[in-house]
Design a protein around this ligand. Sequence first.
Ligand code: NAD
Ligand code: IPM
Ligand code: MN
Length: 357
Amino acid sequence: MQSFKIAVIPGDGVGKEVVPAALLVLEAIGTRFDTAFDLHHFDWGAEYYFRNGRMMPADALDQLRPMDAILLGAVGDPKIPDHVTLNGLLLPIRRTFDQFANVRPAVLYDGVASPLANPGKVDMVVVRENTEGEYAQVGGFVYHQQPEEVAIQTAVFTRRGIERVVRFAFELARKRNRQRRVTSITKSNAQGFGMVLWDRVFQSVAAGYSDIETESLLVDAAAMNFIRRPASFDVVVASNLFGDILSDVSAILTGSIGLAPSANLDPTRRYPSMFEPVHGSAPDIAGRGIVNPMAAILSAGMMLDHFGLEEAARLVERAVAGVLKEGKHRTPDLGGTSSTGEVTGAVIGKLAADKRG
Ligand code: NAD
Ligand code: IPM
Ligand code: MN
């Protein structure tokens, strides 16, 4: 029997509700496909911080390194500044394990209402550079906490960093074989160094993919066009910060951020990749049993794809799509009254009823 070692980090807030839901789905998949998921549970996050003064232990990354993948819920607690929590847990994992391609699909499922009147058929993927750019954490304070205080925050763009994520986006457009288009997003009219390098590298990589159409948009125009013509996007590639912002927009276009999964990939497979919903710890609804588990379930589906279990991944997607289309079981973010548990049960029911694959 094939077996995969998975680090499970529910984290904070609704992370603790959606990860168990995803694990129930994985359990059903494991039985169906005769596959063992060897789960290693880590209680890292805000509560760990209150006990230990840090978000995860000093050797956390060494504990994660031998895993085949990491399944993460969300990180963030209103009682701790976000830069402490996120620089203490999420961001070091993405960087240390060189998970340079953050893949964030946005699909408008049948039966789900977009906030747009005429969205058309939305089926896009935002590929976000995930290790450098505006998230490089280079900078510092001068006159710290004095009235004259100065803060400097530098974005770091490297030819290698841009090239590899842009190439990943082109390969993905080929593999998806939908509109066969890659849209690159920058702000090179105002940011005259890093983003200019990005544009140049994009053009040089594009030259090697004559079968793929290209488009370059400034981020402000891209924000407008995500709303105006969302169905025209196929693969979108953007810097760390622009990709972060635009993937919340692409998520809500499809009805709820509770439907948006993501994969933080090290495509070279030197290190474990990490799978997590796009949403955060949602403290406003945490602990009430009403969070939408589908983003986490679909993230687990992306993990199955990464393991090469493509049939299993398609089965998870069909189960989620089936529950959405039927419309009987929905959490409040989608206008329903179902609980997280009911929706998870409905997805597992659909899996069991699907005899394909
Ligand atoms: P958020 O994504 O947690 O929530 C935004 C809004 O969407 C809230 O109203 C929330 O209730 C709703 N929402 C989110 N996920 C949902 C789901 N699955 N089902 C139903 N509704 C859902 O963003 P925020 O409020 O800006 O951030 C809260 C905390 O999470 C902050 O500490 C932030 O830094 C952190 N955060 C972490 C991650 C991560 O771990 N990857 C991502 C984003 C934000
Ligand atoms: C995300 C989140 C994180 C990010 C935050 C919490 C640091 O918004 O995963 O989209 O910006 O990458
Ligand atoms: Mn985000």
